[in-house]
Design a protein. Structure first.
Length: 339
């Protein structure tokens, strides 16, 4: 879920065309979860093949990612490794919420309550090892780089952006900024018309960009202080302090300088706060990756999607053609630059 800092971090809309030529490090788990959550039937049932296996993630990766590539965006996908031990409580809590939502989804289906079923179905979404491994396989077949993070994928993506190997990170979660990504792109995978939960209205969800240096300058704080605010509010690794949201956290940190000052003034204690800082400021990352986009393996894509999961050959071939055409055009453009 990430930390809720939206009230203090200014965002601005961005067009897909503005990102032309950008290399973007995509938080794979976050994006796959978006696909699993949103690519569903009206009653919340995920896309499935003729054997009842979920295929929402494969559909999202093929069609939405190929659209980005056709727009001259160069994505690479960063997958999570082993999470910090401090995240165990969050993982367990999310598992419990998913299980409850799944039971309520089944009840809503039985009662014929389509809207409630769709809402509960999204909350029950989860990534399995099969979904993760199939996603990696499809991405490699599509010729898209796959990077394995030692721990948090957002931290690895931020590291790659800070190094200059990517122009920014893609995630719905603002944790990427705590990890230090210079640029965060949100809503890239889920842009389009979306229904507002519990209301019979629709809104347009568009990509947006947050630039870390500009956000820090506007708020008058450092990245270290932003991390301290997040710890006060609550992250995936700690519960936060009751009654403190982003705006209050900002005021307190600016007034007292940092967590230590806030804890003294408020007479509160935040267990392991120094370790929490380290998770964001010095996370495990590595340089063991290669960023190369290649011609898609058309036969491999057809084998996985059409023969294994009964995708429409016509639609799959259309996506493959778009990938091949863009790859060849990019290759020719690179060749022409030598003359």
């Amino acid at each position: 879920m990430g930390v809720n800092l939206g009230d203090i971090l200014p965002r601005r809309p961005v067009e897909i065309s503005d990102l032309k030529g950008w290399v973007l490090a995509v938080d794979a788990f976050n994006t796959l979860y978006q696909f699993i959550s949103t690519i569903r039937q009206p009653d919340g049932t995920p896309l499935m093949d003729d054997r009842g296996r979920i295929t929402s993630h494969l559909s999202g990766l093929l069609y939405r990612t190929s659209s980005l590539i056709e727009s001259s965006i160069k994505p690479l996908f960063v997958f999570d490794g082993r999470p910090p031990i401090e995240k165990e409580g969050t993982v367990e809590s999310r598992r419990h919420i998913r299980e409850m939502a799944e039971r309520e989804w089944e009840e809503a289906i039985a009662e014929g309550d389509t809207e409630r079923a769709a809402r509960k179905a999204r909350a029950s979404s989860r990534l399995t090892s099969d979904i993760i491994e199939e996603s990696k396989e499809l991405l490699r077949l599509m010729g898209i780089p796959v990077v394995q993070a030692p721990s948090e994928g957002e931290a690895q993506a931020a590291y790659m952006a800070k190094k200059g190997d990517a122009n920014g990170a893609v995630s719905q979660d603002m944790d990427s900024l705590l990890f230090g990504t210079p640029v965060l792109i949100r809503n890239l995978a889920i842009s389009g018309r979306r229904k507002v939960p519990r209301r019979n209205i629709y809104i347009n969800v568009s990509p947006e960009i947050i630039e870390l240096d500009r956000a820090l300058e506007d708020a008058g704080i450092t990245r270290e202080q932003l991390v301290d605010i997040a710890i006060l509010v609550g992250t995936d690794f700690n519960r936060g302090v009751r009654g403190i949201g982003a705006k209050t956290g900002l005021k307190l940190i600016k007034k007292h300088g940092g967590l230590e000052g806030v804890m003294r003034a408020r007479e509160i204690e935040i267990p392991n706060y120094e370790r929490l800082r380290e998770i964001f400021l010095n996370p495990p990352v590595n340089d063991d990756y290669e960023i190369i986009w290649t011609l898609p393996n058309a036969d491999g894509i057809r084998e996985l999607l059409c023969r294994e999961h009964a995708f429409s050959e016509r639609r799959v071939d259309s996506a493959i053609k778009r990938l091949e055409t863009h790859f060849q055009a990019s290759k020719q453009k690179s060749l022409d630059s030598w003359f």
